[in-house]
Design a protein. Structure first.
Length: 330
């Protein structure tokens, strides 16, 4: 397994475990609510609290047994549980005689609806309104943090129970976890707009190299010496025309492309295939052949550009990444 494949496998495992963490948090939150109602007897409305418990534990179970489970869908169920729970808990407050409590209830319900809508979008594998999600979660986290601070500072006047502090703390952790997850690449680059841009970028990197595109020196050396040194290339013996090949990955603003160089039997040319992805069957790719590769310096440690030619016509100029840039990317 290559380093890239290993890294992808590790990331996949980490995301899968994070899904179980999300499920565990909301199930624990639901169990705390159960204890608060039954053992401690601290409940203003058994019906309301029971509905909240059912929603939390139910969504946690959905995450665990979801056959299509991924981080996006798990956060979808998670957001649904938080949003629906907020709405249910806030509805009784609408009947309060206090205008302040009524306004707070409206704000909480609106935030809950926003979480529900976002959660539904995430179940479709689409990151909807990321900034709105961040704002809503931050606001709810701030409210929970304020409740904790007020309970600790004014405990005697408010007659705050220890169980209330535990519940507030669990809620605070729930919203903070959403904020952390919202900063991940899965959500930053998964909106409809971002997906469209990324698809266009996938096509672009297949056919063009932007002026600012650079590749590591070790990869540039492979390209420079493709005609005189293929000792690092992989042997291919599948009955086809390919004798050996080398695969180089290039990344530009998180858009990855793959350059596959192949030496065919009974041919002096090097055949190139450039695709945005080399996993599975390649349907859309840029294919061409190269007859010469010339660097701007014969010293392998000093050349900064290598040009590809096909029968005397220049096809592309590939720039080499500086040592400082390589250290940063590493």
């Amino acid at each position: 397994m290559s380093t890239h494949e290993t890294a992808q496998a590790v990331i996949a495992v980490a995301k899968n475990r994070l899904s179980f963490i999300l499920a565990g948090i909301i199930i624990i939150s639901g169990l705390i609510d159960v204890a608060n109602m039954t053992v401690i007897g601290n409940s203003d409305s058994v019906l309301t609290d029971s509905l909240v418990v059912i929603v939390k534990i139910g969504m946690g179970i959905f995450i665990i047994f979801d056959p299509k489970r991924n981080l996006m869908r798990s956060v979808g169920f998670y957001a649904l549980s938080l949003g629906i729970a907020r709405i249910i808990s806030s509805l009784p407050m609408l009947g309060s005689s206090s205008d302040f409590i009524f306004i707070i209830a409206i704000i909480m319900i609106v935030m809950g609806v926003n979480l529900v809508y976002s959660g539904y979008s995430y179940l479709q594998d689409v990151s909807r309104g990321r900034f709105g999600m961040i704002f809503g979660s931050a606001a709810l986290a701030l409210i929970m943090a304020s409740a904790i601070v007020s309970s600790v500072a004014l405990g005697d006047q408010l007659e705050t129970e220890t169980t209330d502090l535990i519940i507030y703390t669990v809620y605070l952790f729930q919203y903070l976890l959403i904020l952390v997850i919202m900063d991940s690449d899965d959500f930053r680059f998964s909106s409809w707009e971002e997906k469209s841009v990324r698809k266009m970028d996938d096509v672009r990197v297949t056919y063009t190299l932007t002026p600012g595109m650079h590749i590591p020196r070790k990869d540039a050396k492979v390209i420079k010496h493709m005609f005189d040194d293929r000792s690092s290339w992989s042997k291919v013996d599948d009955g086809g025309p390919v004798e050996c090949e080398a695969r180089l990955r290039m990344e530009e603003d998180k858009v990855t492309s793959v350059m596959i160089m192949q030496k065919w039997k009974d041919s002096d040319r090097i055949y190139f295939t450039i695709s945005n992805n080399d996993d599975g069957t390649i349907l859309q790719a840029n294919r061409f052949y190269v007859t010469d590769a010339i660097a701007d310096d014969t010293d392998d440690d000093r050349f900064m550009n290598v040009r590809l030619y096909a029968d005397g016509a220049m096809l592309s100029n590939i720039s080499v990444m500086s040592a400082e840039a390589e250290e940063v990317s590493a």
